[in-house]
Design a protein around this ligand. Structure first.
Ligand code: B1M
Length: 212
């Protein structure tokens, strides 16, 4: 039986190979991805973040933990996607806003969307409003999902919304925002249509916005 506390430890300590091996063992034992992600992997990232804040960990530790988490998540993503419905229920453009390189949460949200039957166009990290707007036009998207992990980059979400208005696209797409520093109040202040603080609740909110 896979010892999942070791998955927490492996991610916390940035031990990529160990994280992968334990995740593979857990998959073989049919342990739910949700359990692995929410009860062990995200908790490890939160602990690294807390240590960083207290100056007990530094950027290299963040990087190594991030790499270990991404490798484990890569193994889980096909399983998250498999559960998707056969027909597409909506198109989502998703990206991390300009100046921000954090993509683990955004990738998780994207996988959950796919797993729940949405078509997802992931435009990546450090994305400016022009790139979001081009993607919305090209794909005729229903939802724009913006992710930000830094207090310094979250204001750019408002820039994107303002630029959508200037481009005459604001009423064509629902804008959802999320990421650790983002709140419901902030979402309302900047004129977003929806906010969520987790990958699961993002799907519920998206369906609500589209009336599905
Ligand atoms: Co950075 N970092 N980081 N970092 N990093 C944080 C965010 C920080 C909180 C750490 C801390 O101080 N405690 C802090 C931000 C402080 C602040 O702004 N208030 C911070 C900092 C300061 C920095 C740098 C400035 C450090 C430096 O260089 N001095 C730098 C900035 C680089 C940049 O972006 N320009 C930096 C760099 C990095 C790494 C590159 C080393 C690495 C990222 C690797 C990667 O993403 N590929 C990294 C990491 C790993 C973190 C922490 C430790 C973990 C983030 C993470 O992946 N969490 C983070 C501490 C923390 O968050 N506690 C920290 C797991 C992930 C699953 O959760 O991303 O929150 P999260 O996503 C969740 C929800 O937020 C939500 O659903 C997801 C799943 O449940 N969600 C959405 C996210 N997007 C959504 C979109 C939606 C809906 C929901 O709708 C569209």
């Amino acid at each position: 039986m896979a010892n999942l506390d070791l998955l927490y430890e492996a991610i916390l300590k940035g031990k990529q190979n160990d994280a992968v091996a334990i995740t593979e063992a857990a998959i073989a034992e049919n342990i739910l991805p949700k359990t692995l992600i929410e009860d062990y992997m995200i908790k490890a990232m939160e602990e690294v973040g807390d240590r960083f804040e207290k100056q007990e960990a530094f950027v290299p530790e963040l990087l190594m933990a991030g790499r270990a988490m991404k490798s484990s998540l890569n193994l889980l993503q096909p399983i998250l996607k498999q559960s998707g419905a056969s027909a597409t229920i909506g198109k989502v453009i998703i990206g991390t806003v300009k100046g921000d390189l954090h993509d683990i949460g955004k990738n998780l949200v994207a996988s959950m969307f796919e797993g729940c039957g949405f078509e997802v166009i992931d435009v990546g990290i450090d994305v400016d409003s022009g790139k979001f707007i081009d993607a919305i036009k090209e794909h005729n998207a229903d939802i724009l999902g913006l992710s930000a992990l830094l207090t310094t980059t979250m204001p750019y979400m408002k820039t994107v919304i303002d630029d959508l208005e200037k481009a005459g696209l604001r009423d064509k797409v629902k804008v959802m925002v999320g990421g650790a520093p983002v709140s419901e109040n902030f979402a309302m202040e900047i004129g977003a249509d929806g906010f969520s603080d987790s990958a699961n609740s993002a799907i519920t909110k998206a369906k609500e916005l589209l009336g599905i």
